[in-house]
Every structure is written in C-alpha cells, then in structure tokens.
Write a protein that binds this ligand. Sequence first.
Ligand code: FAD
Length: 503
Amino acid sequence: MPDHAPVQQVVIAGGGTAGWMAAALLAKTMGSTVDIRLVESEEIGTVGVGEATIPPIRQFNQVLGLDENEFLRRTQGTFKLGIQFRDWGRAGDCYMHAFGEVGRDLGMGSFHQYWMRAVREGNAGRFWDYSVNETAALANRFDRIDKLPGSPLQGVVHAFHFDAALYARYLREFSERLGVTRIEGKITQVERRADNGFIEALVLDNGDRVAGELFIDCTGFRALLIGKALGVEYEDWSHLLPCDRAAAVPSEPVNPLGSYTRATARNAGWQWRIPLQHRIGNGHVYCSNYMSDDEAVSTLLDNLDGAALDEPRLLKFTTGRRKQFWSRNCIALGLASGFMEPLESTSIHLIQTGVSWLVRLFPNRRFEQANIDEFNRQCLFDFDRIRDFLILHYKLNEKDDLPFWRDCQNSPTPERLKHRLELFEAGGGVYRELGELFTESAWLQVMFGQNIQPRNYHSIVDGISSKQLQEYLNNLKTIIQGAVRRLPEHEDFIRRHCAAPSP
Ligand SMILES: Cc1cc2nc3c(=O)[nH]c(=O)nc-3n(C[C@H](O)[C@H](O)[C@H](O)COP(=O)(O)OP(=O)(O)OC[C@H]3O[C@@H](n4cnc5c(N)ncnc54)[C@H](O)[C@@H]3O)c2cc1C
C-alpha cells in the first residue's frame, strides 16, 4: 500500500463510554473501509460515573441512527432540561443554567438588555421567567417540541441523564453489529517502532499481540498509550479548578424524578443529583485540601433524597489536559485526554467532539502533521473555553466565610475570562466565539445567577416606551407559561414513550 493510502486498521484501547462511542461512530461512518478492534478488561472495569449530558449528544445519537425512545429504555434514561445551581453565589441562591434561549431579541436589541432595563425600572420578573426550559423543568413538564405552538419562540431543548454503563453496553451491541471486534484482555505492554516511536501493537496478559496502524487511547485516567507509552505530559489545572476528588453513591428513585441535574454547593465543593428511571445518581465533588474523605462522604449521605443503594465510592482526579491529544499514531479520548470535573456535564461531549474531529481528519499512513496539528488545535479550543466557563461558577461567589470559596474568589483568572467578565460588567456585553460550545444564554444565566450586575444597559433598548417594554415582557411570560401548562408531566411522557424495564 502506498503511504498516502488511508489507515485501515484501528485499535481502540479501553471500553468505557469513550471507547464505545469512538467504536460506534467510526464503525457507522467508516466501517466499510476500516477494520476496528477494541480491547477492554472486565477485571479493570470502567470509571462508572458520567450520567449527565448536554443537548449536542442528540446529534451524536442521530448520526448513529439510534431511536431516542429505544436509547432511553436501554439506558434507564430521563430528559434533562438544564442544571439547577443551589447556594453557589450566596447561601440560599438558586438559579438554573437552562438549555435553549431565554426570551427573544427584538431586532438588534438583545433580550437580556431589555430585561436589564426593565429591572432598573422595577418592572421585570426573574430572568428565567422568560426561559421555556426553566419554566418546564420547575413545572416538571416535558415534550419534544421545536417551537412553542402559535409563537416564534423556541420549544423545549433537551439532553439526557442515563446510566453510563448501560450506554456503553448499548453502543457495544451497536458496534459489534457493524463489525467491530471486541477483545477481552488486559494490556500489559505497548510496543513501539524503533525508527519513529509510533505504536506498533498492544500486548495482552495472555501473550496475544494486537497490531494496528492507528491507536485510540480510551483507557481512562490510566492513559496507558498517550501518557505511559508515549510520555505526552499532563497540564495540571488544579490551580484553576481545585476539586480533586468525588464520592459517588446511587439512591432510591423518588417521585417526581425531576428533569434537571441539581448541583448544590457544599463547604469545599458541590454535590450532584442526577435522576434516572431506576435510581438517583449522587456525588460529592470536593477539594481534599479543605475537606477529608470522611467528611465528604458523610455530607453526601446526609443529603440524599432517598435511601442509599450501595456503599459510596471514592474517585481521585487531577483537573487538566494532555499537552497533545494526538501524538504520532495515537489519539486520546475521554479521561485519557483530560478531565475538567463534571459541573457542566462536558466530558462525554468532549468525547463526541474528539471522535467527530477524528472522522473529519482521518489520517493516511503518512500521518500528515497538518491533520495532527488541526486535531490538537480543535481539542484545545474546546478544553480552554469549557475550562473558563467552569471557573466562572467558582470565582463568582460571595461566601467569604468559607476558606475554599474565599480562595476560589482569589484564584487566577485566565485572560479570556477576565475580558468576558469586564465586558459584561461594563454594559452586559456577551459573545460566543465561532464554534464555541456554550451559548450567550448559558454565560448570561451563570453571570446573572451569581449576582453580577452590569453597570449599564445598551441604549438601543431605549427605543421603545416603558409601557411597550412591559407588554413585551408580560406577553413572553404569558406565552411560555401557557404553553408549558399544556405539556405532559415528565414522568407521564416517559411512561408513554420510553419506560425502561425494572432492572
Ligand atoms: C466524578 C466524576 C463524575 C463525572 N460525571 C460526568 C457527567 O455527569 N457527565 C459527563 O459527561 N461526564 C462525566 N464524567 C466523565 C465521564 O465519566 C467520562 O468522560 C466517561 O465515563 C468516559 O470515561 P472513559 O471511557 O474515558 O474511561 P473509563 O470509563 O475509565 O474506561 C476505561 C476503559 O479502559 C479499560 N482499561 C484500562 N486499563 C486497561 C488495561 N490495562 N487493559 C485493558 N483495558 C484497560 C477499562 O477496562 C475500561 O474499559 C465524570 C467523571 C468523574 C470522575
């Protein structure tokens, strides 16, 4: 085969969410020309957490051609309309990062600018009164609607909560049907070519050799290929995102389940609540410099909605990323590529974007540097911007009495984030870079939710009278509330369309 022929043999190391998402997308898009093998070890197992997602995952499932109801039945899934943040700015605060738009712009005047003017005039409701998703989530209502009937307003924008182990199993069946070969075994050695350091084969504990041209490292925090074998360094972001541990435990389901993730601030971190059909996933993410494991576990267990179904599990991590995501003939996906803590449910999304970029930049046997550089550039773009958005939640707090939170206020602020904050404080300015994950509406909700008040609003919104402004806001609120009242209850919707069998 000439050097410029496309790679034909792909070996995926690891079968967690990352390994099987990579296998599924590659098999679906390139399976007719590429041989895909995946090595995983049941004995080692997977990280076993990662249950909340964000809306782009629907595109991933659509590309695979998965039926959404079937997918939810198979994974004990529920619908997710946003993340509710409790006690983040100050104790007692509560706001949501609801998916989708908030309000509706009028010409070039942004909705939030009109809202800020109405706040000054003493005539505004909460910012979220104009969010379809928050209104639906708090009313426990859900339907798949793209538009609110009889109005130009966006409908309900959803993602999912699901059992990550069941998702990986579902994708495994899907991938095997498309010809992916699964190999059970423990990787004990990674063989490299003497001339260029490329990976040649994985050696398993039974002595088998799995050779290939392109290797995808999905071995989780172990990073056996990209880290251990190739020596690609890890850039530590603990000074920016200091949480380094999590205790996780499932609890009994409650009624209503809720259609949003809950993230409640604790003394040295925060606690998640993720409702699935058969159980609630709970976890306490914390910083070990400020809290002991015992204290973290007892805080977690003291704050469950139902009885715990298992013993709490402890996970340790270092926030950060690989300095390169693609090195030589090895690409890292999932936890092997980095981890930025689960506050905004972005890790599974980064697997999705990583494997999508791999398909777009699929290499030939020369492994052209341009493809490698572009892949690394795109992954870095996503990691950096998500990191800034996460830091925002920690930085904007007023809990001066708690050492962890006080130190978060004073931690370093990356330049891009500093600029965003200054721009917003000056006049409510907000922007989304081309290709950036988080929308203007996402940034606004966290900034308003954590109590930053811009010094002024944009004068473009002075073009209408106070009465017109009032009517405009009232109409929006009335339309949203009326439409949400007509939606079915979240549990009813699940019962009718995608109820999972009892496990
Ligand atoms: C506390 C916490 C909470 C999280 N919550 C969320 C969330 O809500 N939303 C979200 O999007 N993400 C979340 N994540 C991230 C999410 O869990 C991961 O992105 C996702 O599960 C992918 O993991 P992975 O496949 O990279 O690694 P793993 O699940 O660890 O899989 C590693 C695979 O490699 C295999 N392996 C390892 N070593 C060997 C070996 N020597 N030989 C053979 N096989 C081997 C293992 O058997 C396994 O199959 C969370 C992570 C943590 C730590």
